[in-house]
Design a protein around this ligand. Structure first.
Ligand SMILES: [Zn+2]
Length: 410
């Protein structure tokens, strides 16, 4: 908390939080700090945090003397406007960039954002008015399954890779529609911290690409065979161009750089296609024996950035970093931070929880990377840090971490 206070003026950000209750008995800041603490300590449910809160002279240090029940946590979160948490997250990120606590790799001038959809909490039993619904097969039967989908914007190629913002997909709308809403907000609030949007093939729609280009930003979007004209033209022109050979320790690529394609007709402007045929060497353990194998894969990307400004190798790297995000970034958030689990089934609360998770993720990561000395980190994983912080709450014996004003009922 001292680190967060010094780096981000954390208590001031917490003090600004409010919710729609008429006569709150427990201040919004206390409620939110419980949820923040729940994520930082990687607890799995509101019931788990309720059990923790019942212990005497521990959590008072963080959340104050009035401690909420699991029900209260859920009820208040569903009354918490998400814009204030978005602002909270923005303040943290902007300060972290300014202090160079978040930074791109050396020599990288562009700040690249990946936009991706992620599903949370599929259930056949429970639904809410904002649920998405699909039919699934269950043995011989067809049953309805309810779920939520969220589009997340996350920096890639930087350490750590924090979430900028997120948006729920509403019933009966496409993911790209939600992503457009998300990006409009991202451009407004993070303008100078965003240069390039990297996205999956689903996003290769003129409306999406135009929104990005009109904001003065750039796109790198995966091209799949379904976009027949553009794919076919790029493939045909490829035979006229010599590929560039790129040899890396694990991967050999042949890269074709195809400029000025006019076959993305709905976009009404020329695009460039980067085509990569890759051979990646991997070591697999099969039947207890290590075995080297080679994987062939073709990747194709569409971009507006000219080759004179951004070489094909860099387009390829950005494209892969987005894919890494899918496999590693979300993986960590799902398996270790319980991202795809409903703590409560309510659309407002789901957004509040995910934004709080984003704040907990980036702040603990920065604390770990920027504040702990390297010898301490050698024997302490970020997961172990969570249980160490839990022990520390006990050591405080309930003595408040905050000035008296913060946790007063509003
Ligand atoms: Zn729902």
């Amino acid at each position: 908390m001292a680190y967060l206070e010094k780096s981000f003026g954390f208590s001031q950000l917490v003090a600004q939080l409010h919710d729609a209750r008429a006569l709150p008995r427990i201040p919004s800041s206390s409620i939110w700090l419980c949820v923040f603490g729940m994520f930082v300590l990687r607890l799995r449910s509101f019931n788990a945090i309720e059990q923790e809160l019942r212990l005497s002279r521990r959590w008072e240090a963080l959340v104050g003397r009035r401690k909420p029940s699991a029900d209260t946590l859920g009820r208040v979160l569903s009354l918490m406007p998400s814009d204030q948490l978005r602002r909270f997250l923005q303040q943290i990120q902007r300060r972290a960039w300014r202090r160079k606590a978040i930074h791109p790799r050396a020599g990288e001038a562009y700040r690249v954002i990946a936009v991706d959809g992620h599903e949370i909490g599929a259930s056949r039993a429970r639904c809410c008015p904002e649920c998405l619904v699909r039919e699934v097969r269950l043995g011989q039967q067809r049953v309805l399954e309810y779920y939520h989908r969220v589009v997340v914007a996350q920096w890639i190629g930087v350490t750590p890779a924090p979430i900028l913002d997120l948006e729920l997909v509403r019933p009966k709308e496409g993911e790209v529609v939600a992503a457009r809403r998300l990006l409009k907000r991202v451009f407004l609030h993070y303008s100078r911290l965003v240069d390039v949007i990297s996205a999956d093939a689903l996003y290769l729609e003129a409306s999406f690409v135009r929104l990005v280009l009109d904001a003065g930003k750039h796109v790198v979007v995966v091209l799949k065979q379904e976009r027949r004209d553009l794919y076919r033209d790029a493939d045909r022109l490829r035979s006229l161009i010599e590929p560039r050979l790129l040899v890396e320790p694990q991967r050999t690529s042949r890269l074709w750089d195809i400029p000025d394609l006019s076959s993305f007709t709905t976009l009404d402007r020329l695009v460039r296609v980067v085509w990569a045929e890759e051979q990646t060497r991997r070591r697999q353990i099969l039947g207890g024996q290590p075995k080297d194998c080679v994987e062939d894969k073709t990747w194709v990307w569409v971009t507006d950035l000219p080759a004179t400004v951004v070489p094909a190798t860099k387009i390829q790297r950005w494209g892969h970093q987005r894919w890494d995000l899918e496999n590693r970034g979300f993986n960590e958030l799902v398996t270790l931070w319980h991202m795809d689990h409903y703590f409560i089934h309510d659309a407002t609360a789901i957004v509040a929880l995910l934004l709080t998770l984003a704040i907990a993720f980036v702040t603990t990561y920065l604390f770990y990377e920027r504040n702990l000395k390297p010898p301490v980190r050698t024997h302490l994983t970020r997961l172990a840090l969570a249980s160490r912080l839990r022990d520390d709450l006990g050591l405080l014996g309930g003595a408040s971490l905050w000035s008296a004003a913060l946790l007063k009922p509003g």
